[in-house]
Write a protein that binds this ligand. Structure first.
Ligand code: ASP
Length: 595
């Protein structure tokens, strides 16, 4: 098609361009008629330029302008002129100028819009996803996709300068248990057999280390067939890294330097040279979770000693049963009342994590205390307030549970709620490392130990001789990178010793035969001089979400699925033709049921 091709973009023109003849291509963002004067805001990826059809324009031009509707795709030829002083728009990069139209060519028309691009009302999520190609035209989505691009570009820049190879690994692989459920792809050539989509490139990046590619990275698509849970997507993107001949701190230092570079480059934001390193148990005890938001304090304290001195029998019984008791202070906040209703909300938040109830103590003048638990602390008022660091107007909130994890998590839920509701959270980005996680978790449902991260992580040396005796005590050479309360990356130093790897498999309930069947290729590779190695995998979607100050990764993924794992746009997952199924020799139990 022949059309008037752009000579400038819609974000480009400035006062110095006045007098030039230009051609713009773009979409009608808004158009307004003032009598015979016609203003068109023309938009493309680079910005918006105001186009004016003057009242003395030719009848052809007037008629072309009057035909325009929102989101028509047009070409405008015209002359750049300075706007009158009173019309300068300081909020617009091109706000000093406008283009006096001489010709308007309609390149394509737009059907009735399901929603106005950048309109006052935000369309609901399914409508946005059904018309994602339109939703992506919005300023917010355009900005976030740009941010995503800049983020990945900066990662690549940095990694190339550090001599990493970018290597692709296959996405049709052997199904291997890696924690989540695999997506399976039927093989046409070998009916009845399946490939799996990778949950991560984990085993392949370890094999690359065996092959001698000692610094690897990849921007990798990963697939996990999980039920919609919070903010997960079935497919997501990881910045996957593996290195040989390294120790834990080499990897942490590399990531700190890399994210320092990326945040500076992409957002002009300075990160500290090093991120705080917090032991897993300290994080749980102090923040009630292993992904603490460090943008506010409200630290959790253990109140065992003071409970023992008190007359709080319910809590004393929990402690006597080897339980735990903790407390958080809700700081006095201007304009915020700790009403009964709010304290009930706090209790409800804690209850989902296990705490049966949340006794509270309101602190008055001179350590005078009141509230549901005050009567148990008679004579201990000053000690309690001092220990908790609570001042007049603050409220002490308590939780207790037989399970340490549930006690921490209940207190953590209160801490998070206070952070949000009392607006304690500082702006900016606060990173930390959570280190030394337990290597195993007990799977209550299946009655056996399993890997807390994955089965290829190295136990810390001091636990190696006696791993099997008490798997719950074993700490791994594991680390998570956390930012603003989100887990952004997980990684570990890996096992490279075949016998140790087999011991881990056994503890995780895989017999030697089963391990050989499922992970034979890795065990085989470990027979051939594997180097010591380790790695990490920051989540691209999550990092970009945090940088864009969003709370859903869908806001930074061009074409995400909805919360029901469906794409309202292409309607996947969908039925396929019988011919395709026949080729794969697949028939469904569903068909049987229908008969
Ligand atoms: N493969 C791991 C994951 O996806 C990350 C790693 O250990 O490098 O969580």
């Amino acid at each position: 098609m022949n059309f008037d091709q752009r000579t400038v973009t819609c974000g480009q023109l400035r006062a110095a361009d006045a007098g030039k003849t230009v051609i713009l291509n773009g979409w009608v963002h808004r158009d307004r008629n003032h009598g015979a004067l016609h203003f068109i805001n023309l938009r493309d990826r680079y910005g918006i330029t105001q186009v004016v059809v003057d009242d003395d324009a030719s009848p052809e031009l007037q008629s072309a302008a009057s035909e325009l509707k929102m989101e028509y795709c047009i070409a405008v030829t015209g002359t750049v002129r300075l706007r009158p002083d009173t019309m300068i728009n300081k909020d617009m990069a091109t706000g000093e100028v406008e283009v006096k139209a001489e010709k308007i060519e309609i390149l394509s028309r737009c059907a009735t819009l399901p929603f106005v691009i950048d309109g006052a009302d935000t369309p609901n999520e399914d409508l946005r996803l059904k018309y994602r190609f339109l939703d992506l035209r919005s300023n917010g989505m355009q900005e976030r996709i740009r941010l995503r691009h800049d983020f990945i570009k900066a990662i690549r820049e940095y990694m190339y300068t550090k001599d990493f190879y970018e290597i692709e690994t296959p996405t049709l692989i052997r199904s291997t248990p890696e924690g989540a459920r695999d997506f399976l792809v039927p093989s046409r050539k070998y009916p009845g057999k399946f490939y799996a989509l990778p949950q991560s490139p984990q085993l392949y990046k370890q094999l690359l280390m065996v092959s001698g590619f000692d610094k690897y990275f990849q921007i990798a698509r990963c697939y996990r067939d999980e039920d919609a849970r919070g903010d997960r997507q079935l497919e997501f993107t990881q910045f996957d890294v593996e290195m040989s001949f390294v120790k834990r701190d080499d990897i942490l230092n590399l990531m700190e330097e890399l994210f320092g570079y990326v945040f500076k480059k992409v957002m002009n934001y300075d990160l500290p040279a090093h991120f705080r390193r917090i032991d897993y148990y300290d994080a749980m005890n102090t923040y009630g979770c292993d992904k603490p938001d460090l943008r506010f304090e409200c630290e959790i304290k253990d109140i065992k000693d003071i409970i023992e001195k008190s007359s709080f029998e319910a809590y004393k019984t929990i402690l006597a049963n080897k339980g735990f008791a903790k407390a958080v202070v809700a700081p006095k906040t201007a304009g915020f009342d700790f009403t009964r209703k709010y304290l009930d909300e706090i209790a409800a938040a804690a209850k989902t994590y296990g705490a049966a109830f949340v006794p509270f103590i309101k602190v008055g003048a001179d350590n005078a205390i009141s509230g549901s638990a005050a009567k148990f602390f008679t004579g201990l008022e000053a000690e309690l307030c001092q220990y908790m660091g609570a001042k007049e107007g603050d409220v002490i909130l308590m939780v207790a549970h037989e399970s340490w994890k549930k006690c921490c998590a209940s207190a953590g839920a209160i801490r998070s709620k206070l952070g949000k509701d009392l607006k304690l959270i500082r702006p900016g980005f606060e990173f930390c490392w959570i280190v030394d996680f337990p290597l195993f978790e007990y799977n209550e449902d299946e009655g056996h130990w399993e890997a807390a991260h994955h089965m290829f992580s190295m136990p810390q040396a001091r636990f190696i001789p006696t791993l099997e005796e008490n798997p719950g005590e074993v700490r791994g050479d594991l680390y998570d990178m956390v930012c603003n309360g989100y887990e952004c990356a997980s990684g570990s130093i890996r096992i490279h010793d075949i016998e140790l790897q087999k011991r881990i498999f056994r503890i995780c309930n895989f017999s030697d035969e089963e391990a050989q069947k499922k992970f034979g290729f890795l065990l085989d590779a470990f027979k051939f001089g594997p180097p010591p190695h380790g790695g990490i995998a920051p989540g691209v979607d999550r990092m970009v979400m945090i940088m864009a100050e969003q709370t859903s990764i869908k806001e930074v993924i061009p074409f995400p699925k909805n919360s029901f794992a469906v794409s309202p746009m292409d309607e996947s997952p969908n039925d396929v033709d019988q011919k395709q199924l026949d080729e794969l020799k697949i028939c469904f139990k569903l068909d049987e049921e229908k008969k």
